[in-house]
Ligand binder design. Structure first.
Ligand SMILES: Cc1cc2nc3c(=O)[nH]c(=O)nc-3n(C[C@H](O)[C@H](O)[C@H](O)COP(=O)(O)OP(=O)(O)OC[C@H]3O[C@@H](n4cnc5c(N)ncnc54)[C@H](O)[C@@H]3O)c2cc1C
Length: 382
């Protein structure tokens, strides 16, 4: 007879693998299907909150997470904010997330997302009750009265299977197949702003920023940017960087001078080698519900927003911790349906609050500040 699992997880980015670890530790039988064999080498979610680090502690991989950090151990995780460009006389080095460290059991952390993903994938290997199918793509999801069927196919090979389980969770990112096939609509706001994400190497940029105290990030605010940012982040100290910025709507890899954009944001010339250039649309999107019967969604499948404030991955990790113990409670027979439903009731408002009160409000605040104050008009007031 065909094996039946308790939970099938579609998508094994950081959120899907974290859910597999959470459920595996609780003794549930799971299968995880992830298209990519290896994590994508784009740093993305680097800034882990204190709460996220606490999750890694309970998953048994705190030391591995700290060891996977690329920046030196005591290198500050906060950043510089500069007006117009990084060569400007107007700048500040405000404290960021580290100011709330004393309120938590663990301090926050900074490392490229793929490093954290490798830590989670290694933990997954220790959990015999979780079957990880890296290199498998989910093609269809079908909900029955007593369970869920997910059809998966081996990427680039002939393997094809239909998996049966009690519950399914879509952790398959912003373009979630699970969300779509479960018929869950998404609402939200589109800022209609195209953004570029560039990875590059430049020692000269590192040298040029030595006038500042050591910092991990450099955010440029500019009256012409309408409240959006240009943002440099260190991947290591001295060479590797990521950068994101608004760009004109019709920008492609081939019709735009990204090196000139970087130098303009820095305010000084420097040489660099690009490793990656990609784009994303600045928008806030939230699913109308995080649950449709026996199907749940978590992470970017449920919510996505610009990386302003670094909430995306952290929110996703909080989702899986909330959902994980409730699924286990239900499957072990002591949790009610109402308990399971509380996942949606608790997590969705958190995202709405994050999107509206932090991300959107922050963009609006910067926009209003830059309209209201200018050193050219009134330096003292600025
Ligand atoms: C420039 C940038 C900076 C960021 N900085 C931060 C930050 O500092 N802090 C923070 O918290 N967040 C940050 N984020 C957001 C963070 O990267 C995302 O929130 C995070 O990747 C979400 O993880 P996820 O696992 O939900 O989705 P994803 O990372 O998108 O993973 C989804 C996975 O599902 C797989 N998949 C999709 N469809 C299928 C299918 N049909 N079958 C099998 N597999 C499938 C994909 O291959 C992928 O691996 C940043 C994002 C960007 C772009």
């Amino acid at each position: 007879m065909k094996k039946r699992y308790q939970v099938v997880i579609v998508g094994g980015g950081p959120v899907g693998v974290a859910l597999a670890v959470e459920l595996g530790r609780r003794g549930l039988s799971c299968v995880l299907a992830e298209r990519r064999r290896e994590p994508q080498r784009i740093p993305k979610g680097q800034n882990l909150t204190q709460r996220s680090v606490e999750h890694f502690y309970f998953w048994g991989v705190l030391d591995a997470l700290r060891a996977a950090r690329i920046l030196p151990p005591d290198y500050p995780m906060s950043g510089i904010v500069a007006y117009r460009d990084l060569n400007n006389e107007y700048w500040a080095a405000p404290p960021l997330r580290e100011i709330v460290n004393p309120y938590y059991f663990q301090n926050n952390e900074r490392l490229p997302q793929y490093q954290a993903e490798c830590v989670l994938r290694a933990r997954l290997k220790q959990l015999d009750n979780v079957e990880a199918r890296f290199g498998w793509v989910a093609e269809a999801i079908d909900q029955k009265a007593d369970g869920v069927e997910v059809t998966i196919a081996e990427d680039g090979a002939a393997g094809r299977e239909t998996i049966q389980s009690d519950y399914a969770v879509g952790c398959d990112g912003a373009h979630s197949l699970v969300r779509e096939q479960a018929g869950i609509a998404r609402g939200g706001g589109d800022f209609e702003q195209l953004m570029v994400l560039a990875l590059f190497r430049s020692r000269e940029l590192h040298e040029g920023l030595k006038r500042f105290p050591p910092r991990s990030t450099y955010r440029v605010i500019h009256p012409a940017l309408n409240g959006y940012w240009q943002f440099f982040g260190r991947v290591d100290v001295g060479e590797s960087w990521f950068f994101h910025s608004p760009v004109p709507a019709n920008t492609t890899r081939d019709n735009f001078d990204f090196h000139a954009l970087l130098q303009k944001a820095a305010g000084f010339p420097f040489t660099c080698d690009f490793d990656y250039v990609g784009f994303w649309d600045l928008k806030i999107a939230v699913a109308e519900t995080y649950q449709a019967g026996r199907i749940f969604i978590a992470g970017d499948a449920a919510h996505s927003h610009p990386p302003y404030g670094a909430y995306g991955l952290n929110n996703g990790l909080d989702d899986v911790v909330n959902l994980g113990w409730k699924l286990a409670a239900r499957l072990k027979g002591w949790g009610s349906v109402a308990l399971l439903n509380s996942y949606n009731e608790e997590r969705r408002p958190i995202f709405k609050e994050t999107a509206e009160d932090f991300v959107e409000a922050g963009i609006r605040r910067d926009r209003e500040f830059l309209r209201r104050y200018s050193p050219d008009r009134d330096r003292a007031e600025f």
